[in-house]
Design a protein around this ligand. Structure first.
Ligand code: DGL
Length: 274
């Protein structure tokens, strides 16, 4: 039994999809979410930059007395998770391994051709590719960066024709490779599930957010860190608060929120040096 909150962070609003899955699965837990809206997107950025941001945010979350940190961003997981796990005094979980863990189940059904879609930096890091090859050496893996999906989802255009059209530009090559399993390796992509199911009925979609929530639950249970009673609350901190955030929050989360506060990014950087 551990009443301390779980810290969850992302480059911006996308990680709210992961927050939503965790909140649904673990209703007793207090959740603190940090979205780095001032410095998003992380998708096109380098390892060094994303690692620096991830370290600053983790320190902020530690000051909120979190018992665990979940890196809800695929790009930050790909570029920074290993470092954070070594450096931080609390357990740190990412979104990549939980998605990969489901592949064994599908493999037993004979599905071993995997597509991974994500931001440019996630795909360039090839973390998904290496991890899948380690765990399932017989599987075939095809990666594709789909950077426009982030803007299309944030524009609220997930169901528009233009998005389906762009999806074909990106993904038809995976269809030609007979991909059977598609890992949605970016926080925004779960909002494209309806369109993807309609346009690409041959793909089984793997949602890292749902798998991450299961992983967090499993970790808390096995380490006796759960909060077992009472209704947990959700607090959101972001580094740039605009009117549009409310719209995006409804699109990506829509649950009950105890409070939203702004923590300017230069405060994060200053705290680091103090
Ligand atoms: N959260 C990022 C991810 O999952 C997508 C948005 C961004 O590029 O910052 O990779």
């Amino acid at each position: 039994m551990d009443d301390r909150p779980i810290g969850i962070f992302d480059s911006g609003v996308g990680g709210l999809t992961v927050l939503s899955e965790i909140a649904k699965r673990l209703p007793h837990e207090n959740l603190i979410y940090f979205g780095d809206t001032a410095r998003a997107p992380y998708g096109p950025k380098s390892r060094l930059t994303v690692l620096g941001y991830a370290r600053q945010i983790s320190r902020f979350l530690l000051r909120q007395n979190v018992k665990m940190i979940v890196v809800a961003c695929n790009t930050a997981t790909a570029l920074a998770l290993d470092f954070l796990q070594k450096e931080l005094p609390v357990p740190v979980l990412g979104v990549i391994d939980p998605a990969i863990a489901t592949l064994g189940h599908f493999g037993r059904q004979g599905k071993q051709r995997v597509g991974v879609i994500g931001t440019r930096s996630t795909v360039r890091s090839s973390v998904y590719l290496y991890r899948i090859r380690d765990a399932f050496p017989h599987y075939s893996v095809f990666q594709k960066a789909c950077p426009l999906f982030v803007s299309l989802v944030e524009e609220g255009w997930a169901e528009k024709k233009v998005t389906a059209h762009i999806a074909h530009e990106y993904l038809d090559e995976l269809v030609r490779e007979d991909v059977e399993l598609l890992i949605l390796g970016c926080t925004h992509y779960p909002l494209l599930k309806n369109m993807l199911r309609q346009e690409f009925p041959g793909f089984e979609l793997i949602d890292g957010g749902i798998e991450t929530a299961k992983d967090v639950e499993h970790y808390l249970q096995t380490n006796h860190l759960q909060r077992l009673q009472g209704k947990g609350d959700v607090k959101i901190f972001i580094s740039d608060l605009t009117d549009y955030f409310q719209t995006l929050e409804k699109l990506f989360f829509g649950g009950e929120i105890a409070g939203i506060a702004e923590v300017p990014w230069d405060d994060l950087a200053r705290d680091e040096n103090s």
